[in-house]
Design a protein around this ligand. Sequence first.
Ligand SMILES: Cc1cc2nc3c(=O)[nH]c(=O)nc-3n(C[C@H](O)[C@H](O)[C@H](O)COP(=O)(O)OP(=O)(O)OC[C@H]3O[C@@H](n4cnc5c(N)ncnc54)[C@H](O)[C@@H]3O)c2cc1C
Length: 383
Amino acid sequence: MTDRNAYMTNELQAIFDQTVNFVAKEVVPNGDAWEEAGFVPREVLTQMGSLGMLSLRIPEEFGGLGLGMLASAVFSEALGSSTYGGFDVTVLVHTDMAGPHLVNSGSKEQLEHWLPGVLAGETILSIGVTEPDAGSDVAGIRSSAVKDGDGWRINGTKTFITNAVYGDMTIIAARTDTENKYGISMFLVPSGTEGFSVAKKLDKHGWRSSDTAELVLDDVWVPDSQLLGTPHRGFYETMRNFQNERMVIVGMGVGAAQQAIDLTLAYTQERSAFGATLFDLGAIRQRMAMNQARIDAVRASMYHAAWMGDNGQDNVKAMSGVKAFGCEVINQVMYDCVQFHGGMGYMTESAVDRMSRDARILPIGGGATEVMLEEVAKRSYQS
Ligand SMILES: Cc1cc2nc3c(=O)[nH]c(=O)nc-3n(C[C@H](O)[C@H](O)[C@H](O)COP(=O)(O)OP(=O)(O)OC[C@H]3O[C@@H](n4cnc5c(N)ncnc54)[C@H](O)[C@@H]3O)c2cc1C
């Protein structure tokens, strides 16, 4: 055990250190160029693959480390130290938001076929659930797949799909049972499949080095071997993976907020004002102290919810609460960090400007705060 927190082991600490070091060496010097380009170059992802950084959640029998949610908590927090949320989410969608659908629902043949490329960073994954008319209400999706010979024919539109402009395979949710609102199935749809196209590369407020696609599925046919999991059970299988997705969104935000706090402490201790430094002003030092305490609280509850998941406990209430509370706290911290940088905090050359824009999506994506609070409330009735 290390002194970082009660759940850390030497192995988890090593993952944290390796990731922080990689980010400092390979991401920070290049992040601005990737923000400008609107995507993370493939070589970076294959480099991470060759270092084993994409393998944490892949079962050992398929060449991974077979680790659990705590490893993803550590990995996401360490990625967050990059200060480039667009880079962080590019990696985390692949490893922790799309990847778990394949790992948890894939057949042995599917895993043997796809995981080598996933591990190597050569097959970059995306997850296509959201549609123009259905986001929070997943059961409202309209994309449909109907049985056609020894495969399925898929039609529909997806939007806001991370990694789908430059990625290699999207896991698509489509309605397969018209009689049942929850009758959804998941399909593996590689880029280049006939009828499957990027309608638009979307422009965004933040996460600018991450690519985001609007996708069209126009009479796309896939063989039965590309149906993922049990037919019509995709809604439930998808929901199962959402705790991990919620957690890494918080994790990357905690890592970023800690960086923002550290940058703001350094800035306010250097900047002269009123005969001393900004940090000598009680209003600033106390608010930054409270921000540190709040981020420490979010971090601790995130690791605890991860530990619950790894120990077979139902962590939906805990993780939903962490997602709701944590993402709001992260945004409040970012607000203060911009505020205490003064005018410089509003300049695009400041890391806190970018981090505050990147943080804004955290309470919306992967389960909006209000949706998370409903999950907590539903589980709060006393019997
Ligand atoms: C940059 C980015 C990347 C994304 N990446 C992906 C991806 O890779 N794959 C994917 O499938 N999706 C992705 N999404 C979609 C994302 O998960 C959705 O935007 C999110 O789930 C909210 O859905 P919506 O945008 O349709 O908002 P809506 O569902 O229309 O909700 C709008 C707002 O209404 C409020 N609200 C919603 N439901 C409730 C409720 N029950 N009670 C009270 N208030 C409520 C919330 O404040 C919410 O923000 C991404 C989105 C963005 C912006």
